[in-house]
Design a protein around this ligand. Structure first.
Ligand SMILES: Nc1ncnc2c1ncn2[C@@H]1O[C@H](COP(=O)(O)OP(=O)(O)O)[C@@H](O)[C@H]1O
Ligand SMILES: [Mg+2]
Length: 241
């Protein structure tokens, strides 16, 4: 599935915070070309997750516009977001697998309400094979290591054949060697599928391997000159174990 373009203008997300409100995204402009590999870096609380959630249809803008592929998200009624979300692959820091389901059923889970039976099971097994877990389909998440659980989560993200993959600190819960192999896998799948991939990350090694570097601070995009300095600084950290 070829990747989607993303165009955001003046994207703002305010959350109520007592009497005042907290601006998690503050007039952010964003241009992402189809199939790009984009890193979004910034300190904790800077708005990375909020940006990914808005792009993935898991949260909505307070103001501003956002076009993803041919979907104008800011004009979409909330009930229609469900359909949009079904085509987005999301990988989380904490894997978010369902503990009572086997690896294969976790991979199949996003499509279970719509499609059942052998074909779905077979596709789930194929995806597990692709992420190097061909023999672990019957294992429960508790029987898998962190890296293996994240592989299952990546296979689950892929089952909807997503034109857009969003990874929120995908290596944040893994040791650096495991994180590196997980990111290798994401990069391989990105180039194989052609999906647009946005990665929120704290990890300079992950940032350095992306093609486009965006930095966010207090809900605002940091100017490109600062980004260049930061990325150059980050490069020596690539051999991180
Ligand atoms: N659902 C929410 N309700 C209220 N405040 C939120 C919510 N989600 C995020 N925030 C706030 O928005 C800011 C940005 O958070 P977040 O996007 O999670 O940052 P990051 O992912 O970069 O750590 C933070 O101050 C956070 O506390
Ligand atoms: Mg976050």
């Amino acid at each position: 599935m070829p990747g989607v373009a993303i165009t955001g203008r003046e994207m703002t997300r305010d959350y109520p915070a007592g009497e005042r409100s907290l601006t998690a995204l503050d007039h952010v402009d964003l241009d992402v070309t189809p199939g790009a590999l984009v890193a979004i870096t910034g300190p904790s609380g800077s708005g990375k997750s909020t940006l990914l959630h808005v792009i993935g249809g898991m949260d909505i803008l307070t103001s501003g516009t956002l076009l993803v592929g041919d979907t104008q998200l800011d004009e979409l009624p909330p009930r229609k977001l469900v359909n949009y979300r079904r085509r987005v692959g999301f990988v989380f820091q904490r894997f978010h697998l369902l503990p009572a389901l086997t690896a294969a059923d976790n991979v199949a889970a996003p499509l279970l309400p719509y499609q059942a039976g052998k074909a779905l099971q077979q596709r789930a097994r194929e995806l597990l094979e692709q992420v190097g877990l061909g023999d672990r389909g019957d294992s429960l998440p508790s029987q898998l290591s962190g890296g293996e659980q994240q592989r299952v989560a990546i296979a689950r993200a892929l089952i909807v054949d997503p034109p857009l993959l969003l990874a929120d600190e995908p290596t944040g819960n893994l040791d650096s060697a495991t994180g590196e192999t997980i990111f290798d896998l994401l990069i391989e799948l990105h180039s194989r599928t052609g999906a647009t991939l946005l990665v929120a990350t704290h990890d300079p090694a992950v940032d350095a391997r992306c093609d486009v570097h965006l930095a966010i601070r207090d809900g605002k995009m940091v100017p490109p000159t600062d980004q260049e300095a930061r990325v150059t600084f980050a490069r020596p950290g690539t051999s991180s174990d």
